[in-house]
Ligand binder design. Sequence first.
Ligand code: HEC
Length: 299
Amino acid sequence: MLLIATAGGFEHFVGRLHPLLLHFPIALILLAALIEGVRYVFGRREQPSPSATTCLWAGLLMAALAVWAGWELAEQQGDTGGQIALHRWTAIACLVATALAAAAWVMRRTKGRDWTGPHVAMLLLAGVLVAVSGHFGAELVWGEGWILSSGESAEPLDTDRQAGGPATWARVESIFMAHCAKCHGAKRQKAGLRLVPWTAIFGGDSADWVVRAGNVEASPLHSAITMPRAEEGAMPPEDKAEPLTSAEVETITQWIQAGATGPDGQAPPDGQAPPESQVPSVPEAPPATSPPTRGDQDA
Ligand code: HEC
């Protein structure tokens, strides 16, 4: 089948549909809630409106598809953290509320007790939830506070402020905060990676650490910020953000070489720090220890 033949397999294909699908449940559920809400206020309570009914059932189907696609997308991107959780669970709550509204619709159509109240109430709840979830989702893409922002991104931190001084964690942290924390910070951890605070870099299984104190070549983080922009795995991702300046790359490089020390000058756990580098000073020599090979970029 054509669908399955797309790069990355069927799940990847489903995941990439999320940005397309998500607009349908938003429009359909809000419309159904609006129509039934207005009819309720004006006392038209005998039978559900045919157009609201169409929106409700189509909205339920599209909400289920959008939730599925969104789930796949987050899995693919290794996307975790509080912001994703808020978006995911409000979306699932919306799907449940829409399903309950559909169930109430069925009850309303079958003779017996009057189910108009529960039907309209569930539709309104689903409408609120779809709006809230949509807002969290937009924050994931556009950044927090996007709705009130002027469209300009946050004022860039002056990361070169102390240029020339020792490559301390404080300087590296401000670079990470400015360029990486959006995806590898407290709220969200793409690829399960968190870069701030310092302890987050050296948490978990040491085999997964992206910084190898004193060893630039062996640090996946260093390859990620120095590999050609077009290559997969280049950070920050080419389509999402501006690259680091060479001064910023240099600061990070020196920090790693000097032992990747923490806020108090402490060495990372596991005794990985190189000798005599408690207070990181700037080594002038570039890392010319291994011959340049193309293979050093595939970390
Ligand atoms: C727009 C979101 C985004 C930004 C900003 C971003 N990254 Fe990433 N990062 C990702 C994604 C997605 C992945 C996993 C997929 C990939 O490798 O492309 C990833 C993977 C990585 C990895 C590999 C993790 C592993 O365990 O293999 C490193 C290292 C990394 N990023 C470092 C950085 C650094 C350093 C910055 C800032 C200079 C940065 N990233 C900025 C989204 C981002």
